[in-house]
Design a protein around this ligand. Sequence first.
Ligand code: NAD
Length: 296
Amino acid sequence: MTDLPKVAWIGLGIMGSPMSENLIKAGYDVTGFTLEQDKLDRLVAAGGTAAGSIADAVCDADVVITMVPASPQVEAVAYGPGGILANVRPGALLIDMSSITPQTSVDLAKAAAEKGVRVLDAPVSGGEAGAVEAVLSIMAGGEQADFDSARPLFEALGRTVVLCGPHGSGQTVKAANQLIVAVNIEACAEAVVFLEKSGVDLTAALEVLGGGLAGSTVLARKRDNFLNRDFAPGFRVDLHHKDMGIVTEAARTVGAALPVGAVVAQLVASLRAQGDGGLDHSALLRGVERLSGAEV
Ligand code: NAD
C-alpha cells in the first residue's frame, strides 16, 4: 500500500508509456487505458494495471492524467457517458498533459468544476528522450493549490516544473515552445543541407556548432537524426502540424505577428502533404533537401 495518490493514465503512446512508467518507478499505483493492446501489455509489464475502459480506469482514481494527441481526443476522453468527468470521483484532479488549444483547456476546467473535479493543463517539452529520462519541462495552467498538490507527481516526470498562470496558460506557453522548436529545426535542417552541398564534414560541423551560440537542445537532441537520416518518431510531423495551427491561431487572436513562424508552419504542412506526416519532425530536413533539388 502507498500513501501516494492513485493515478489513472489515459493515452499510453510515445510519451504516455515512458511517463507512466516513471510514476510506477516512483511508487505510484497506475491504472491505464489506451487504444493499443501492446501498450497496455507494456504498462502491465512495468507494474501497472490495464483497464478495459476509461470508466474502469478512473472510477477510484485520485488523479487522472490524459496524454492523447489533440483537442478532439481530449474532448472524446473527457466528455460523454463513458468519459472521465462522468465516471471520476468529485474532488479528483484531472491533469491534461496533451498539447491542445488553450481554449479547450479553459472549457474543460469549466465543465469539470461543475462536477467538482479540479483541472490543470500541464503540457510538456523534452520529447520522447525527455519522457524516458524524466527530465521534461512541464508548463502548467490552473490554480496554485492544485499545482502544489501535483508538484511531487510532476517531479517524478520532469526537471523544470512551472505554474504559468490560470487555466490555458500552460497550453499558451507550450504553443510558444512549439514555435521555437519548429523554427530551430528548420534552421538546423537548412544548415545541414548548406554544409553538405558545400562539401564540409557534417559530423565535425555539427560538433563545433553545438558548442557555440548556434548550439541548442534541438541541435543536441536531433543531431543523430540529421547525421543518420533517422526519422523514426520521436515527435511526429502530424503533431507538430497540429501545434503550428494552435500557435498561429492563438497569435492571430491576440494580434501577435509570427512572420517566420507562419513560413515554417507552411513548410511543416508541405512535409505532411508529401507523405512525411508519420516521421519525426527532424524530417524537416527532407523538405529542405527537396527544395534544394535532392532526391529523398
Ligand atoms: P501518440 O500518438 O504516440 O500517443 C497518443 C495515445 O493516445 C495513443 O496511445 C492512443 O491510443 C491514445 N488515445 C487516443 N485517443 C484515445 C482515446 N479515445 N482513448 C484512449 N486513448 C486514446 O502521441 P504522443 O507522441 O505520445 O503525444 C501525445 C501528446 O503529447 C500530443 O498532444 C503531443 O503533441 C504531445 N507531445 C509529444 C511529444 C513527443 O515528442 N512525442 C513531446 C511533447 C508533447
